[in-house]
Design a protein around this ligand. Structure first.
Ligand SMILES: NC(=O)c1ccc[n+]([C@@H]2O[C@H](COP(=O)([O-])OP(=O)(O)OC[C@H]3O[C@@H](n4cnc5c(N)ncnc54)[C@H](OP(=O)(O)O)[C@@H]3O)[C@@H](O)[C@H]2O)c1
Length: 262
């Protein structure tokens, strides 16, 4: 499938990123992971090595330019080069928050997290992809950039421009055998998704189950939420195989049908 391909998955010690790292490992790739908590990185590597030994990682804080530079150095010294860059993120610390509840520090941090750090990582690895005439760059984003939620103001505004960047990069990089795509994700079962709804329920003075039902389950036509390994991992692996090489410059919804806009 993807034997020997060198894959970086950011924000990958739990939740969506962890599931995606697992899917790539199962497909035979070499995988490098990262997140803020070094102990979580170590624990995730230990648990992923039960699937396959070809996984490494290092500390990474996407809100910090210095940390991203350190991460690029760590990846380069371990893998040498990168074939596949899966750009996942965490969540802003002050979320959920309507615009009036945010500070300028929140915005700086959020733009680093969702927009500038992915750009830094692409700049770090795209030269090698061009040299080898093969590459995949995939942004993991949210359907809420198309249908913004007031309480996700930081995330939705900060990562919306990745759709423009996807198109621009696909034009510039296509001749080098590099495809660029964005996945607009619906709800996936992760600690982060549960925490967001818990915080929202607290704000609204409602029970978790009630808000989970009204915000998450009820609006999804297929009446289930996504599994990061099965529903998302398999899509990403398809895009990274040669069979996926005609798909570039756009976004794909992986959302159980929740997005209303055509
Ligand atoms: N789950 C969903 O339903 C859903 C739907 C649409 C979009 N998304 C988006 O997908 C992303 C992942 O969500 P999730 O639900 O998987 O979250 P999660 O369960 O909270 O996992 C987040 C992961 O990112 C890491 N992380 C957090 N902040 C980071 C930072 N500043 N730098 C580097 N790594 C960081 C965390 O580890 P540390 O805490 O150790 O850093 C953890 O490994 C988020 O951007 C979220 O908005 C999620």
């Amino acid at each position: 499938m993807l034997f020997g391909k060198r894959v970086v998955v950011t924000s990958s010690t739990r939740g969506i990123g962890r599931g995606v790292a697992e899917a790539f490992l199962r497909a035979g790739a070499k995988v490098f992971i990262g997140s803020r908590d070094p102990t979580a990185v170590k624990d995730a590597i230990t648990s992923l090595r039960k699937i396959a030994p070809s996984v490494w990682g290092s500390q990474l804080d996407l809100t910090s330019p210095d940390s991203v530079e350190f991460f690029i150095e760590q990846v380069t010294s371990k893998l040498g080069y990168v074939d596949i860059l899966i750009l996942n993120s965490g969540n802003p610390s002050n979320e959920p928050a309507n615009f009036s509840e945010t500070t300028m520090d929140d915005w700086t941090s959020s733009v680093n997290l969702f927009l500038l750090s992915p750009i830094r990582l692409i700049r770090g690895f795209v030269g090698g992809m061009k040299e080898r005439h093969w590459g995949r760059i995939i942004f993991l984003s949210s359907y809420t950039v198309k249908e913004p939620k007031d309480f996700f103001s930081l995330a939705d505004v900060s990562r919306a421009p990745l759709i423009q960047l996807t198109k621009i990069l696909s034009r510039e990089l296509g001749e080098f055998g590099i495809t660029v795509n964005t996945i607009l994700m619906g709800t996936f079962l992760t600690p982060g998704a549960k925490k967001s709804i818990e915080l929202l329920a607290r704000r609204r003075g409602k029970a978790f189950e009630e808000v989970w039902n009204e915000e998450v389950l009820k609006p999804i036509p297929i009446k289930r939420i996504g599994d990061p390994v099965r529903d998302l991992g398999s899509l990403l692996i398809f895009l990274c195989q040669d069979e996926g090489s005609y798909i570039t410059g756009g976004y794909i919804l992986s959302d159980g049908g929740v997005t209303q806009a055509v």
